[in-house]
Write a protein that binds this ligand. Sequence first.
Ligand SMILES: *Cc1c(COP(=O)(O)O)cnc(C)c1O
Length: 435
Amino acid sequence: MGMSIPNELGRIIDLTVEHNTWRRSSLNMIPSENVMSPLAEAVYMCDMMHRYAEGRPRRRLYQGLKYVDEVEELVMDLMSRLFRVKHVEPRPISGTIANAATFRALSQPGGKAVVAPVQAGAHVSHTKFGTLGALGIEHIEMPFDMENLNIDVDKARRVIEEVKPNFVVMGGSMYLFPHPLKEIAETAHSVGSLVIYDAAHVLGLIAGRRWRDPFEAGADVVTASTHKTFPGPQGGVILTNNETIYKSIARTIFPWFVSNHHLHRLPATAVTALEMIYFGESYADQIVRNAKAFAEALASEGFKVLGEHLGYTRSHQVVVDVRNNGGGAKAAQLLEEANIIVNKNLLPYDPPEAVKDPSGIRTGVQEMTRLGMKEDDFREVARLFRMVLIDRRDPGEVRKQVIELRSRFTRVHFTFDIDLSSVPSSYRIPFLSKI
Ligand SMILES: *Cc1c(COP(=O)(O)O)cnc(C)c1O
């Protein structure tokens, strides 16, 4: 007795294939995104995605994990080598969960945290509206210095000395220039506060030694996502050299914040860590060069690029004030119509209520760098931005040029040269459309 195929099935497959086709013919420039290598994808698509593993390797509450245990230990070893750190906690399933577990391990509810201000790019999890608030930890912001687009060190020191918080959080989401970690960490330690550095955005740059090693600068704990400039599967990680902190974080992760930790992330994270050990420096180096070239090219096309007097950027991000180009919401929408995907973003001088139509757009070069773009290609991208936002050409027309440019960059670079043509992978999902 045959069963007919439900309409919804066709739609599910179509949506998946359409999404893939679209994002693979777009300039993906959201700074928190990236692509895994086909190799990492190949090991990601494995049976581990079906399994459970509560607890730590070799001390699990489930059976069937002898290979998972070894892969998880490999992730810890490789990350420990890459970031020159003693302890690695790979189980947080996202950067937010990594923060939650760390914040809770370092403070009881009713405790105090001094955090980077939102203008300096603080993530929602660092605020009373997000994770800190949910944990009942009071959040006190460090003052901002508009001139340097950064934390005001002198004023921040006074706040920390006065509040004597359980911990201080630095690191950001809109993040052009490094926060003054060393200076702030000195003050924090002098009053007995611990320092958490949230490297969600810049973990890949740290891996490639193009961003200051946060441990050298005084961080006690580093939290991060594993899918932004670090181009692995979506997930989180916590790093520390302090064994006592590590143990208390491990107890906080399970049973409080994670039960199963999505095991297919593990082999993919291990592959990505290995890629960063071998190719991380050339990858991060090209990202930093591309961001600079892109910012300069946008400025010479007539855009108001943030941070001109500071050299525009030292990270993977470039931020543009588009108040004269229709505002952040309109600009992001027009670019999307041209297959250029960016975020609208609050700028440091925007009021918080401008969140729906802020003055800026935030772009990142990391994904297109991973796909092989260099400085000249980003100059071309800057011209496409001008066509859409300054010349106000029809985005549908510009899209044709975007698709043409993008068609030259389809292969992931900075990975091992292995032929995967026979391996099923999400890169080959179009086969579904033939069903
Ligand atoms: C993205 C981000 C996070 C959260 O990471 P998720 O993996 O999305 O949960 C935390 N902190 C900062 C600074 C971020 O930019």
